[in-house]
Design a protein around this ligand. Structure first.
Ligand SMILES: NC(=O)c1ccc[n+]([C@@H]2O[C@H](COP(=O)([O-])OP(=O)(O)OC[C@H]3O[C@@H](n4cnc5c(N)ncnc54)[C@H](O)[C@@H]3O)[C@@H](O)[C@H]2O)c1
Ligand SMILES: CC(C)[C@H](C(=O)O)[C@@H](O)C(=O)O
Ligand SMILES: [Mg+2]
Length: 370
C-alpha cells in the first residue's frame, strides 16, 4: 500500500487508551509483516483534551481529522466530567467530529462468533450464525435538532430537544442501507415510530419512495416500529439483515444487538461520509462501547471491538480486504482456543487481561502470516 495514507489516532478516556494500545501493536505488526505503513498522527479528545484545553476537541485536532484518510477513535467520557457544561463535555468532542466530518452513516455490525455462543445471555439457537448490520443515521435527528435547551414556557421551566430530519438526510442514509443489503442478503428493515411521531411518518414515506424510485426493487423492504424492533432483536435477531434507523433509535438498538454477540466489548463500528469523485469517504472507526469507568485502569477491557474497528478501517477505507480478514480471523481463532477477557469468560476457558488478549491476537497473526 502507498505509504502516504494518514491515520489520526484519538485514544480518548478510560479504557479508550487501554484498548488503543493493542491497536498500536497491530499497526506496528502490519508495518513489519504486511508493508502497510500509515503516516500516524495522534491527538487528544474527550476528557483527555478537556483536562488540558478546557474543551473536548481543539480546532487543530478537528482539522487533522478532516485532513486524515481515516480516524481511529477509542472512547470518551467519565463521571468526573458529569458537571462540565454540555458543549465542553467529553462526548461533545465525538459529536463534533461526526457533525463536521459529516459522517452520516454509522455501520454497526453484530456478528456472533461460534466460539462465543456461550457468552451471550440469549439461547445459542437464537443467535448461532447471526450476522446483522445496523445502519444508524449519525449527524441529525434529536442529537442535533434545534431549538434545544431550557425555555421559559409561560413562566414554567421547560427543557426541549428537537427531532428533525430533512428528506435528503433520510434518503442518503437509506441509500447506504439499500446498497449494503445488496451485497448481503437483500433485506432492509426501516425502523421508526410512525405510529406516534411526525418524523416517523416522514421517515417511512421517504424510505418507501426511495425504494420504489431509486432502483432498489430487488431489495426486500419492511417497516417496523422501534419498540417492536427492540423486542424482535431479543426474540429472533436472525430475521434481520440490514436495519436502517435514526440517530437515537440506532444508539439504543445497537447496544441491544451487542448483547447477542456476548459483550459490548465485541462490537465495532464505522462512521462514513459521502463518497467523493474518487469514491473516497471521510471515515471514523470506533468501538460501540464507551470508556467503561467501572473497569478502567485495571487491564480488564476486551480490546476486540477496537481491533475489529481497525479491521473495518482496513476494509472500508483502504480496500485491504485480506488484511482485514486476517485481523478478524486472528480474533476468531483466539476465541476458539478458549482465551477470553472477563466480559466473555465462560467455564473451562482461560481468562486474560487486555494486554494478554493482545498478546494472543498477535501470536495468532504471526501464525496466519506463516
Ligand atoms: N463512543 C464513545 O466514546 C462512547 C460510547 C458509549 C458511552 N460513552 C461514554 O462512556 C461513559 C460510560 O458509559 P456507560 O457505562 O454507559 O457505557 P460503556 O459502554 O462505557 O459501559 C457499559 C458496560 O459495558 C462494559 N464494557 C464496555 N466496553 C467493554 C469492553 N471493551 N470490555 C469489557 N467490558 C466492557 C463496561 O464495563 C460497563 O459495565 C459515559 O461517559 C458515556 O457517555 C462513550
Ligand atoms: C458517547 C455518545 C455521544 C455516543 C452516542 O450517543 O452516540 C455513544 O453512546 C455511541 O453509541 O457512540
Ligand atoms: Mg451508544
Amino acid at each position: 500500500m502507498a505509504t502516504n495514507k494518514t491515520l489520526l489516532m484519538l485514544p480518548g478516556d478510560g479504557i479508550g487508551p487501554e484498548v488503543f494500545n493493542q491497536v498500536r501493536r497491530v499497526v506496528d505488526w502490519m508495518a513489519k509483516n504486511r508493508s502497510i505503513n500509515f503516516d500516524l498522527k495522534e491527538g487528544l479528545v474527550g476528557g483527555a483534551c478537556y483536562d488540558v484545553h478546557k474543551q473536548a476537541i481543539t480546532d487543530e485536532t478537528m482539522q487533522d481529522a478532516l485532513d486524515a484518510d481515516a480516524v481511529l477513535f477509542g472512547a470518551v467520557g467519565g463521571p468526573q466530567y458529569d458537571n462540565v457544561e454540555r458543549h465542553a463535555r467529553p462526548e461533545a468532542g465525538l459529536l463534533r467530529l461526526r457533525k463536521e466530518m459529516d459522517l452520516f452513516a454509522n455501520l454497526r455490525p453484530a456478528v456472533v462468533f461460534d466460539a462465543l455462543l456461550d457468552a451471550s445471555t440469549l439461547k445459542p439457537e437464537v443467535i448461532q450464525g447471526l450476522d446483522l448490520m445496523i445502519v444508524r443515521e449519525l449527524t441529525s435527528g434529536v442529537y442535533f435538532g434545534e431549538p434545544r435547551g431550557m425555555q421559559d414556557y409561560n413562566g414554567v421551566e421547560r427543557c426541549i430537544d428537537t427531532q428533525a430530519y430533512t428528506k435528503a438526510e433520510v434518503e442518503r442514509v437509506a441509500a447506504v442501507a439499500f446498497d449494503l443489503a445488496r451485497k448481503r442478503n437483500s433485506r432492509v428493515h426501516s425502523v421508526e415510530k410512525a405510529n406516534v411521531m411526525e418524523t416517523g411518518i416522514f421517515w417511512r414515506k421517504t424510505v418507501t419512495e426511495l425504494h420504489a424510485s431509486g432502483g432498489y426493487q430487488d431489495i426486500e423492504l419492511a417497516h417496523m416500529y422501534a419498540d417492536n424492533c427492540a423486542m424482535q432483536l431479543m426474540k429472533n435477531p436472525k430475521q434481520f439483515d440490514v436495519i436502517v434507523t435514526d440517530n437515537l433509535f440506532g444508539d439504543l438498538l445497537s447496544d441491544a444487538a451487542a448483547m447477542s454477540t456476548g459483550s459490548l466489548g465485541m462490537l465495532p463500528s464505522a462512521s462514513l461520509g459521502a463518497a467523493d469523485e474518487n469514491g473516497q469517504r471521510k471515515a471514523l472507526y470506533e468501538p460501540v462501547h464507551g470508556s467503561a469507568p467501572d473497569i478502567a485502569g485495571q487491564d480488564l477491557a476486551n480490546p476486540s471491538a477496537m481491533l475489529l474497528s481497525f479491521a473495518m478501517m482496513l476494509r472500508y477505507s483502504f480496500g485491504l480486504l485480506k488484511d482485514a480478514d486476517m485481523v478478524e480471523n486472528a480474533i476468531q481463532n483466539v476465541l476458539k482456543s478458549g482465551i477470553r477477557t472477563g466480559d466473555i469468560m465462560a467455564p473451562g476457558c482461560t481468562q486474560v487481561g487486555t494486554t494478554g488478549m493482545g498478546d494472543a491476537i498477535l501470536a495468532e497473526l504471526d501464525k496466519l502470516v506463516g
